[in-house]
Design a protein around this ligand. Structure first.
Ligand code: DGJ
Length: 730
């Protein structure tokens, strides 16, 4: 064989071997595990004291020898050895002063844990490592999973009591992510409140600890379990090193972002330690929520795109065979509680004319639900409003070519309800103490098996008896007085975990029994948005604030962590909430950056609005695959200027959509040029406009033109907006 051919074959063989590298590798000589995604790697190892150490997390390294080896550090009186290394799952014990992953009280009063490596197993893209306390049969099973295509790795822990006595967990974290030691990092996170969720906050990380958490029983409107940290605070949308992560938990959660005195930057996440006490009898275990983490050196934009891809491919219920979200109509803002068959028929008729595919009847259809003071808990159809039940309305909706969806709030109960009169003890409460009501409602104790079975049964029946294809699952208040008097005091605080697990279980069982059911998670807007609930629902209600300009900021923050596909956006009537009035076109285009819903009172929409709406819905259907399944490029942020611009690029790169909005502008300054991203420089794109706003009229433009010369639009003043669709000419 000639030398050249031989070399070629060899080179191919090496390339094939390199490509076929398993995502999880163990190097027995160095006792190092390497977890690799397409562009990143994560390494951990066992040191000479049998302790599990984190070694590396960042851009993929070329050779196995490039990874460090685990070694314990020498400490002295005020510089504890443990604080100088990065322990992968530190128990609280010895001279450890940073946030631990595990804190335990054993029955004999011992309160420290010293965990050592026992064994490991590599299973496909997963790694499991078993740790054990040095004295007690207290085991921790750590599990990592690699998601190569989205550059994400997950970690979680299962704590097992194999001793002969009960013990109590005081902290059970999913894990800790370490960044390369250093200073000058910047933290990004999402904060907000009801009607003002997911506002992006950025601040430098300083020595000490910053806690992001929920103590409210659900994920919360106030803080969301997502973070991003960039090196030197210098990353932008498309450049710079960004580490990011998110927890998959819809109850009390906590992220502790810490910089130690040794410039160790670490993010510990899991169950909130506040009011946490989880007893484990012999043989019992507790599994923590998954904690996902990723890295990119291509900025916040790429970090979001990776997370979006990860959610679509690995988290959402349709991950195996993605489906596009339908255009829906929701009755809430049109009718509030005043629903009845005739009114809903009328709205459905109007919605169908616009091209709506899913008609959702919101609150007010059940029990004595005429306002928010009564009815929650009584999930039977109100006979005055729907004398023949829901079937005739559903048949009408179906005859118009739409599916039918229904609002429910299964976890809640009004004092004025048959359910409360029958089961006052089903409510979360402390015996003999005041019971705080929020929106005139109390929280059912979903941790109780009887409550769980009751709610499952009621919903299962509702779905079995009616052709309901979608439910909007709402939760309109947080926990208070979180007591569970039916179980011993030592068990009561399990409620924080058991409640959420049972809500998850009900949803999982409903989905198994009704495979075509789709679900929206709502908690007075965006109070329950996280990667735990997203494994079970197709979409989330982003915010009760549907005012389009406020929404720009809410949606912008949302997009840092969550995919546009799950972001439900409604077009509603104006003035709305804050008194602002924006044109219908602006409202439509704002909503079209996620999954579209219409929430206005269509009976009052003039013909001109109906015509425009029909065109916009038709346009949305042409571009929704790109918006919902494609890549998002945040080009101009509503946080930074008077112009917001977002671009979406289809998975195959053949279609791009650009949305641009002018708002809060001053001094008649012309809007800046917009530079597109992710296109093929040498290819031509056909430009389709929806109006005449493009300054320089062109039918086609090259990718280079669109990305480097950019596009300018004649936007005439506040709340003017436009969109263009680009089709690649191959
Ligand atoms: C809060 C939700 O966010 C609204 O969209 C609506 O469903 C109301 N609850 C109904 O009570």
């Amino acid at each position: 064989m000639p030398m050249r051919t031989c070399c070629l074959i060899l080179a191919c063989a090496i390339a094939v071997t390199a490509a076929a590298q398993p995502a999880v590798r163990y190097q027995p000589k160095t006792k190092v595990w390497v977890l690799e995604t397409e562009h990143t790697s994560y390494a951990l190892g066992v040191n000479e004291r049998n302790e599990l150490q984190h070694l590396y997390w960042g851009k993929k390294l070329a050779r196995d020898e490039d990874y460090p080896q685990a070694r314990s550090a020498a400490g002295f009186a005020f510089e504890a050895r443990e604080g100088l290394t990065s322990e992968e799952y530190p128990g609280w014990g010895g001279m450890r002063y940073a946030e631990p992953c595990l804190k335990v009280t054993l029955e004999d009063g011992v309160r420290d844990v010293v965990l050592k490596y026992v064994s490991h197993q590599v299973r496909g893209d997963g790694l499991e490592i078993r740790l054990k306390d040095v004295n007690y049969d207290l085991f921790v099973e750590l599990a990592w999973r690699v998601y190569p295509r989205s550059d994400v790795i997950s970690k979680r822990a299962t704590i097992r009591n194999q001793t002969k006595s009960p013990l109590a967990l005081e902290s059970a974290q999913s894990g800790v992510w370490y960044l390369p030691a250093g200073e000058g990092y910047r933290l990004s996170y999402l904060s907000g409140r009801w009607a003002g969720e997911t506002q992006l906050v950025r601040e430098p990380i300083h020595p000490g600890i910053k806690v992001l958490e929920s103590r409210r029983g659900n994920t919360s409107h106030q803080l969301n379990p997502w973070f991003a940290i960039d090196a030197e605070g210098s990353a932008g949308e498309e450049h710079g090193r960004v580490w990011f992560g998110a927890l998959g938990w819809s109850g009390n959660w906590r992220l502790s972002i810490e910089q130690t005195s040794h410039q160790q930057v670490r993010v510990t996440g899991g169950f909130n330690t506040f009011d946490f006490a989880y007893p484990l009898k012999p043989g019992e275990s507790l599994e923590t929520p998954p904690f996902y983490g990723g890295f990119t050196d291509l900025g916040f934009g790429e970090a979001s795109r990776l997370l979006h891809r990860f959610e679509r491919a690995e988290i959402l219920p349709d991950r195996a065979a993605p489906r596009l979200r339908p255009v829906l109509y929701n009755s809430w803002e049109a009718t509030e509680f005043h629903v009845n068959e005739e009114g809903q028929r009328q709205l459905a008729g109007r919605a169908a004319k616009l091209g709506v595919e899913l008609f959702v009847m919101d609150d007010g259809w059940f029990g004595q639900r005429n306002d928010d003071k009564a009815g929650l808990g009584d999930w039977f159809v109100n006979p005055q409003k729907f004398p023949s039940g829901l079937k005739p309305l559903i048949a009408h909706v179906n005859s118009l070519g739409m599916k039918f969806g229904l609002w429910v709030e299964p976890e809640m109960i009004n004092r004025n309800s048959d359910l409360f009169r029958a089961h006052p003890d089903w409510v979360i409460h402390f015996s003999g103490r005041p019971q705080t009501e929020g929106r005139n409602q109390m929280v059912l104790n979903m941790a109780r098996a009887d409550v769980k079975e009751h709610i499952f049964g009621v919903l299962d029946r509702l779905l079995a008896e009616n052709d309901i294809k979608f439910i909007k699952w709402d939760m309109n208040r947080y926990f208070s007085e979180p007591g569970w008097p039916a179980v011993p005091a030592a068990e009561q605080r399990k409620i924080w975990v058991a409640y959420v697990r049972n809500v998850y279980e009900i949803i999982d069982r409903l989905r198994a029994r009704h495979p075509s059911l789709e679900i929206e998670s709502c908690s007075g807007g965006g109070g329950r948005v996280d990667l735990g609930i997203l494994q079970r629902v197709e979409q989330v209600w982003t915010s009760d604030n549907t005012e389009a300009f406020d929404r720009m900021r809410i949606q912008d923050g949302f997009s840092f962590a969550y995919a546009p596909k799950v972001m439900m956006d409604w077009i509603t009537d104006v003035p709305n909430m804050n008194g602002r009035t924006t044109p219908l076109k602006f409202r439509f285009l704002a909503a079209m950056m996620g999954s579209v819903g219409i929430g206005g009172n269509l009976n009052k929409w003039p013909d001109a609005d109906m015509d425009l709406a029909k065109k916009m819905v038709a346009l949305y259907k042409e571009i929704r695959a790109t918006v919902q399944q494609g890549s998002l490029y945040r080009l101009c942020s509503p946080r930074e200027g008077s112009l917001t611009a977002n671009q979406y690029l289809s998975e195959d790169g053949k279609q791009a959509v650009l949305f641009a909005f002018l708002h809060s502008q001053q001094f008649r300054r012309p809007p800046p040029a917009i530079y597109l991203r992710g296109l093929d420089e040498r290819k031509l794109y056909r430009i389709r406009t929806i109006d005449d706003k493009m300054t320089e009229k062109r039918e086609t433009a090259s990718g280079a033109f669109l990305m480097h010369r950019g596009l300018s639009f004649r936007l005439g003043g506040d709340f003017d907006s436009t969109a263009i669709v680009l089709e690649r000419l191959d």
